[in-house]
Design a protein around this ligand. Sequence first.
Ligand SMILES: NC(=O)c1ccc[n+]([C@@H]2O[C@H](COP(=O)([O-])OP(=O)(O)OC[C@H]3O[C@@H](n4cnc5c(N)ncnc54)[C@H](O)[C@@H]3O)[C@@H](O)[C@H]2O)c1
Length: 333
Amino acid sequence: MKVLVTGGAGYIGSTICSALEDHGHTPIILDSLVTGKKEFVTNRVFYHADITDKSTLKKIFSEHPEISHTIHCAALIIVPESVKNPYEYYKENVGKSNELFKILSDLKCSNIVFSSSASIYDTVSGFKAEENSPLNPLSPYAKTKYMMEIILNDFSHAYPDFKAISLRYFNPIGADPNLRSGMHIKNPSHVLAKLIETATGRNQVFQITGTNWPTRDGSGIRDYIHVWDLALAHVRAVENFSKIFSQSKNNFQVINIGSGKGVTVKELLKAFENVYQAKINTIETLPRPGDVAGAFASCDKANELLNWKTSLSIEDAIKDSLRWNEKYLKLFS
Ligand SMILES: NC(=O)c1ccc[n+]([C@@H]2O[C@H](COP(=O)([O-])OP(=O)(O)OC[C@H]3O[C@@H](n4cnc5c(N)ncnc54)[C@H](O)[C@@H]3O)[C@@H](O)[C@H]2O)c1
């Protein structure tokens, strides 16, 4: 299969491209490199353009008429930046995706797998989020994901043959186990990056932000998923796409992509110390503005429709992140 991957020069998109290749498929990448890395598209079919560039999209589909699906990862993704500059996020994520989906529909290439986010869920009692759990996106970033799902749902009702699967990612961590790509942001704010920064001396102390949440140890709970498992879910989504829609009248499907296990910040810290074989300097602080207790995924729908579940552990993700971090510092600093 040939698959168009928007944002294929980014952290998740590039890992999806590796997983597609490892399963005998050919990724065709469309990326503006606004945040992505040209190093991640080496030896791959790559079109350097914005997702709304109609002439490039026409060229892509005339040069690769066999493209069967589009995996749409391209987006701006920094939550605090979206709070400071919501206009930019609604323009880049919502406005541009709306355009892209219409161009794909007009080109009759509208089998779409979309990168959504579990950040659109409301806090669920017991922390387990089902696909039909209540939604309450808080940041402008999360709201853009919510709006894009609404657009996809409406398009799937309005335009013949328009079909979409929205994959709601929980908390991706780790790197491609073969180290072809990984996290590339200079100062990432997510918890594993902060642990690595503290362990390697680039940060003085690891902050456990919030210790009074109603979780088993008071720290926040998340569903960490190895980015390789996440990438494999996309391979399963394109491979099972026709089957999924042949069994359902609904041309828009939402699927949680997580491990199904909640891990607290303190448990992640312990796992990190075990893998790294050293104690990490920590301090307990108040939650940051906008923090939530967290959630983990109900994965029954992913098991059923994609025949997929995670196979890698958080220890695997920690090891691969540490190995990638060494390579990243050599490649990009
Ligand atoms: N990383 C996470 O924790 C996480 C969690 C949930 C969902 N997601 C979603 O997964 C997707 C990929 O995230 P990521 O972590 O790989 O981010 P990333 O920043 O590494 O990748 C995004 C890619 O999209 C490209 N891009 C952005 N706007 C573009 C445009 N208008 N035209 C063409 N290319 C454009 C960037 O250059 C970059 O290569 C995003 O949609 C994100 O919202 C990420």
